[in-house]
Design a protein around this ligand. Sequence first.
Ligand SMILES: [Zn+2]
Length: 385
Amino acid sequence: MSSPSGGYVWTDRFLDYDFGPDHPFTQRSRRLAVRLLQAVLAQQDGSRVEFRDEVPVAPWAYLETFHEPEYLEQVSRASNSEHPGFLDQGDTPGFPGCFEASARIVAGAAWAVETALRTNRPTFHPAGGLHHAHPSRASGFCILNDLALAIVEAAGEGRKVAYIDIDAHHGDGVMYGLYDSGAVLDIDFHQDGRTLFPGTGFPEESGRGDGAGLKVNIPLPPGAGDETLAPLFRRLVPPLLRSFRPELIVLQHGADGHAGDPLTQLQYTSRSYDEIDALVLDLGRELCHSRVVVAGGGGYRPESVARVLARAGIAALGLEMPAPTDPLPPAWREEFEAEWGRAAPRTWLDPLEQGGPHSSGEVGAEVVRALERALGRSFPPPGRD
Ligand SMILES: [Zn+2]
């Protein structure tokens, strides 16, 4: 393995993105992922790893490259109000300072993309991946769409960008926001929209205009786990990327497909996450000089978010991956317990990950047939990468 390199971005100011103590989304579990990543970094030679811990608020003009000015005004008003109410139908509350908190996460994504492009090394933005925000509205705990903005900027400079989204929810803000774009290949694995928010992301939704055939939606049924996700990913993603030839890959990783997430019914484990992370980084090396950005995305069980996203960061930075039975650092466990008031996990392996397969390969065959019809192309048979 080559020595660790790349970059990651985190500041505790990202904790300002805070919907209150009773809301399921919290950056506190992303901070625990960062602390775990840093504990691993401290044990290996991370001298070539760049850590960005000062992040400004992205400027208004930059936000307007994806978001409507009227919507930004609405967020700004909410941000300056003491009791702003919801920014959407009832999932995403405004809060004092919500504009700046959101625009800082946007700036983190801009840094991650710019740094990956400049250094030809992967970067990691665990606080980012707010993929439900639309140009003119908040949605699903997402106020500003940090990744869509960063992709628009990279594509505006004439680059082709592959966006891959393995969050349990469909990345509707990114996909519909860039539905016409011929510069953006969007591949999205998610729990079937008939069973989960936001209710979109079907194979027939394959893009429009210059973007026709470049939006690839892979819905999976509730209960789907590694045995569904990993073979489909191996079968679909490499040929799609190789024919598109991106100059940048953005992975919205998510941790809410993990078995045990309270808001979704997928059953992924670190086995498929590790495999997918490694494959995306391999494709990055093969196709675009390792210009790969990995962003955090959703995840609502701190035990899962911390470990799944820490592993994603470990992979992105080229660090040696801990063994499943390796103990977690005592100082980290203390921080977890102080934060959550319950016993911290003891090892990298989650007890929930020890179950058997949850669904059959037949699901994969059916969705591939639907994609072949929608995209007008064929994919290699299963088992041949
Ligand atoms: Zn999600």
